[in-house]
Ligand binder design. Structure first.
Ligand code: TXA
Ligand code: MG
Length: 311
C-alpha cells in the first residue's frame, strides 16, 4: 500500500494538538488521540458516548516504545515475537511513572495495549512521540467501523480527519489476553486461541463471559446494528433479512445476505460488520442468522452476534 505522507503529516499535526482522528487498522478502524493527553482522551469518551469506566486500548509502534509505560513478562514476549504487529491486545501492569493518561485507563493500574499491523497506522505511530489511545471508531455499543465511510457515518463532521486505509483486512476486533498471571482470554477476536495456545504451550483460561462484568467489552449488548437479531434460525419470518454463512446456489433472494462464498470463516469475519450495516440501511426490521460453525474465527463471529442479539 502506498502511503500518502502529506496525510500522515496532517494527522500528526492534529494529534499533537490533542485532536481526535479516525485511523485504519487491520482489525477495525480506531478513533485515535494522544494517549499521554488527558484532553485528547476526554474527547474520545465524549465522541463515542462511551462510559468513563470503560478504559481505552493504547496502540504502540513496537515494544521498545512500550517499555517506559508498562511491565511485561516472558509470555508477553513470546506472543509479541510471533503475532505482533497484529490482532492481539495485551492487558499489562502499568509502571508508576507512566505517561499514559489516567483518563484513558480509568485510574486502573493495568492497561490494554496493541501493536496494529496496518501500514498506515504503523507509519503514523512511527513518527509520533506518543502512543495512540484508539477504541473502535463507532458509537458506544454499536457495530465497529471497518472502512472510511463507516467512521464518517458514525461521527460525521465531529472529527476533523480520517485516514483512509481501505477495508480492514480482518474485520473483527483484536483478541484480548490478560497476561498478568495465568493467561486469560477476555475477548475472542481476530487471532484464534489455538494459535496462541501453540506458542504459549500452557493452559489458557477463557473468561469472556464473567458473572461479574469487569470489562464493558464483555457487556451483553454490544456490536448492535440497532435492530433485533435471532440466532440459529432455520426458517425466517416475513420481512426478515436472512444472514447466511455461505452462498446457496439457485436459492438466493433479495433478503438473503452471505458472509462468504464457500463458508470460509476468515472471509465471513471480514464481511460481518459491513453486512450488518448494509442490512440496517436496507431498512429491515430484524435479522435472522443461520447456525455458524463454532470453530476458529466462527467463535468470534458467534460471540459478536450473540451480544448483538441482546437488543
Ligand atoms: O482491534 C481492536 O482492538 C480495536 C482497534 C481499533 O485496535 N480496538 C477496540 O477497542 O476494539 P475497544 O475500545 O472497542 O475495545 C477495547 C476493549 C474494551 O472492551 C475495554 O473494556 C477493554 O478493551 N480494556 C481496556 N483496558 C482494559 C484493562 N485495563 N483491562 C481489561 N480490559 C480492558
Ligand atoms: Mg468497541
Amino acid at each position: 500500500m502506498k502511503i500518502n505522507l502529506a496525510n500522515i503529516k496532517k494527522a500528526k499535526k492534529l494529534l499533537i494538538k490533542s485532536e481526535c482522528i479516525g485511523i485504519p487498522t487491520e482489525t477495525v478502524y480506531g478513533l485515535a488521540g494522544n494517549a499521554y493527553s488527558d484532553r485528547a482522551c476526554k474527547k474520545i469518551f465524549k465522541l463515542k458516548k462511551r462510559p468513563k469506566n470503560n478504559p481505552l486500548i493504547i496502540h504502540y509502534y513496537n515494544c521498545q516504545k512500550l517499555k517506559q509505560d508498562c511491565y511485561y513478562n516472558e509470555d508477553f514476549y513470546k506472543l509479541y515475537k510471533n503475532f505482533c504487529p497484529g490482532p492481539l491486545t495485551f492487558i499489562l501492569n502499568l509502571k508508576k511513572n507512566t505517561k499514559v493518561s489516567k483518563i484513558a485507563t480509568n485510574n486502573k493500574n493495568t492497561v490494554a495495549i496493541r501493536f496494529p499491523k496496518h501500514p498506515i497506522a504503523r507509519s503514523l505511530l512511527k513518527v509520533l512521540k506518543f502512543p495512540l489511545a484508539a477504541p473502535s471508531a463507532n458509537l458506544s455499543s454499536r457495530v465497529s467501523a471497518v472502512c472510511y465511510s463507516d467512521v464518517k457515518e458514525d461521527f460525521g463532521k465531529k472529527i476533523k480527519f480520517i485516514l483512509n486505509g481501505g477495508r480492514s483486512s480482518i474485520g473483527v476486533e483484536s483478541t484480548i489476553i490478560d497476561l498478568r498471571n495465568k493467561p486469560k482470554i477476555l475477548r475472542l477476536g481476530g487471532l484464534e486461541i489455538s494459535s496462541i495456545q501453540k506458542v504459549l504451550n500452557k493452559k489458557i483460561i477463557l473468561k469472556n463471559n464473567p458473572s461479574k462484568i469487569s470489562v464493558p467489552g464483555q457487556l451483553k449488548l454490544h456490536y448492535s446494528p440497532g435492530i433485533p437479531i435471532r440466532l440459529n434460525v432455520k426458517k425466517i419470518k416475513h420481512n426478515e433479512a436472512f444472514l447466511l454463512i455461505k452462498k446457496i446456489k439457485n436459492k438466493t433472494k433479495p433478503n438473503y445476505y452471505f458472509l462468504s462464498k464457500n463458508g470460509n470463516l476468515k472471509e465471513a469475519a471480514k464481511n460481518l460488520y459491513t453486512t450488518l450495516r448494509k442490512i440496517k440501511k436496507n431498512k429491515y426490521k430484524s435479522i435472522a442468522v443461520t447456525k455458524i460453525p463454532n470453530k476458529g474465527l466462527g467463535r468470534t463471529i458467534n460471540d459478536r452476534l450473540k451480544r448483538a442479539s441482546k437488543f
